[in-house]
Design a protein around this ligand. Structure first.
Ligand code: AMP
Length: 175
C-alpha cells in the first residue's frame, strides 16, 4: 500500500502560481489518467470507510465529481453533486463562505437526501477547509448525516482540518 501511495503521490503535479500568483496548484490529472493509480485511490477510500456505511456520496464541483462517482458506485450508494451557485436546475439550498479574495457560494438540490441518510463527502484537495465545511453544513441542513469527508490531498499547513474537526476526515496524501 505504501508503494502504491508513493506512486500516487508522484502522479500529482505541482503547478506554481496557478490559478494565481503564490498558489501551488495540485494537479491530479496525471493521476486520473493512470489506470492503476486511479482505481487504487478509489479503492483506498472505499476500504477506509467500508461497504454498507454510506447511502449517498457527495461530490464537490468539479474534480470532486470525478472521484465521488466511482466511490458511490463501489458503495452501491447514490451520487449527489454540490455545485457553484447558479448551475443546479432544481430548487436549491445555498451556503456561502469566505475565500482569500471575496466569497464563494455552493448549492445542493433540496431533495438530495432522505432524512438520516448517511453521507460521505468527497473532494480532491482540502486547502483552507471552507469548501468542505460549507458542504457539510448543506448536507446537515437537509437532514443528511455526514459520516465522513474524504480528500485525495490535504494541504496541512493551511489548517483546513480545524474547520471540519467535528467530522471524520480522511486524506490519502498530506503535504
Ligand atoms: P478550500 O475551501 O480552501 O479547502 O479549497 C478547497 C477547494 O479548492 C477544493 O475543491 C480544491 O479543488 C480547490 N483547491 C484549493 N487549493 C487548491 C490547490 N492548491 N490545488 C488544487 N486545488 C485546490
Amino acid at each position: 500500500m505504501n508503494d502504491n501511495l508513493e506512486r500516487v503521490k508522484a502522479l500529482i503535479r505541482d503547478v506554481p502560481d496557478f490559478p494565481q500568483e503564490g498558489v501551488t496548484f495540485k494537479d491530479i490529472t496525471p493521476l486520473l489518467a493512470d489506470e492503476v493509480a486511479f482505481s487504487s485511490v478509489i479503492d483506498v477510500i472505499v476500504v477506509h470507510f467500508g461497504r454498507g456505511t454510506v447511502d449517498k456520496v457527495v461530490g464537490i464541483e468539479a474534480r470532486g465529481f470525478i472521484l465521488a462517482s466511482p466511490v458511490a458506485y463501489h458503495f452501491g450508494a447514490g451520487f449527489v453533486p454540490v455545485r457553484k451557485a447558479g448551475k443546479l436546475p432544481w430548487e436549491t439550498e445555498a451556503e456561502s463562505y469566505e475565500l482569500e479574495y471575496g466569497t464563494e457560494t455552493l448549492e445542493i438540490h433540496r431533495d438530495a437526501f432522505r432524512p438520516g441518510e448517511r453521507v460521505l463527502i468527497v473532494d480532491d484537495v482540502l486547502a483552507t477547509g471552507g469548501t468542505a465545511q460549507a458542504t457539510a453544513e448543506l448536507v446537515e441542513r437537509l437532514g443528511g448525516k455526514v459520516v465522513g469527508i474524504a480528500c485525495l490531498v490535504e494541504l496541512s499547513f493551511l489548517k483546513g482540518r480545524e474547520k471540519i474537526s467535528g467530522f471524520d476526515f480522511f486524506a490519502l496524501i498530506t503535504y
